[in-house]
Design a protein around this ligand. Structure first.
Ligand code: MN
Length: 282
């Protein structure tokens, strides 16, 4: 099942291009489930069970809504800085990350992005520093569903609510990574959260990013250095992960600069497609 948030904080289930509004159902379940983490994601198993029996009424076409981030309030956004070999090579060859050597993920570890940087596809990206090079990075994103501390890679997917696409927008420069990647709107996830049962194998997905109609990134998660399970194992060995925590797994090669007026389209067969418009902040 696919969960979305849209318009004025409505909650929906997506089927065949249409959204069924399940806000009142979701809110009643969320109220009964206080606890750590994002209440909507924590309630997601119950929402799925109840929404299955719901008679469709007045579904809205996806194209007619403004998609918000499927997770409203993650406790944290964890990200893998370098997790595809071809991306490490492109960074080492180029001059776009001055002052940083590019170590492997086992030496680099993970980093955190500010939760205030998170938006959905319909909100777009506002380029805050037009004079500074700012790149797109498409990534596979896992959303945690159950509290997880020191989970093994074998158990890790039991703690995942689902997957979505992510854009880790990155201003280049010498400052600390999380500082440059935490600007408002520089973390996009969507178009919706696809439940784990609908994703046969998260390590066999093709993720594609087009910029103004031109394919810039076309990566395969089989090329991840740490696969999805290992990234979650690694993250949970440092942090307790709570429902709604967002895990960016790293970007494949092909990153490039953004300009105001660009339209990005991120897509993956299993996860859907999202169009994200880029504008100037001022
Ligand atoms: Mn990234």
């Amino acid at each position: 099942m696919k969960l979305c948030r849209f318009d004025d904080n409505r909650i929906g289930v997506v089927r065949d291009g249409y959204i069924q509004d399940v806000t009142s159902l979701a809110e009643s379940v969320m109220a009964a489930r206080p606890g750590p983490g994002d209440p909507l994601v924590a309630a997601w198993p119950d929402i799925q069970r109840l929404a299955k029996n719901l008679e469709p009424s007045a579904p809205k076409p996806v194209a007619e809504v403004r998609l918000l981030s499927p997770v409203a309030r993650p406790g944290k956004i964890v990200a893998a800085p370098v997790n595809y070999r071809a991306h490490i090579e492109e960074m080492q060859k180029s001059n776009i990350s001055p002052g940083h050597d590019i170590p492997d993920i086992d030496r680099a570890g993970l980093f955190l992005k500010a939760t205030s940087s998170l938006v959905g596809a319909g909100e777009g990206i506002a380029l805050r520093f037009p004079d500074r090079r700012t790149d797109f990075e498409i990534e596979l994103v896992a959303v945690i569903g159950k509290t997880a501390t020191e989970v093994s890679r074998e158990e890790s997917l039991d703690h995942v609510a689902g997957f979505c696409l992510g854009l880790d927008i990155t201003m280049r420069g010498t400052e600390d990574r999380s500082f440059r990647k935490s600007i408002d709107s520089y973390t996009v996830i969507g178009p919706w959260l696809t439940s784990t049962e609908e994703v046969t194998d998260p390590n066999k997905l093709t993720i594609t990013l087009k910029q103004n109609g031109i394919v810039r990134q076309n990566g395969h998660t089989a090329d991840l250095i740490y696969n999805v399970q290992r990234v979650i194992e690694f993250a949970s060995s440092f942090y307790t992960l709570y429902p709604g925590d967002v895990i960016f797994t790293g970007t494949p090669e092909g990153v490039g600069p953004l300009q105001p007026g660009d339209r990005l389209v991120a897509s993956c067969d299993a996860l859907g497609a999202m169009a994200v418009d880029v504008r100037a902040y001022r």
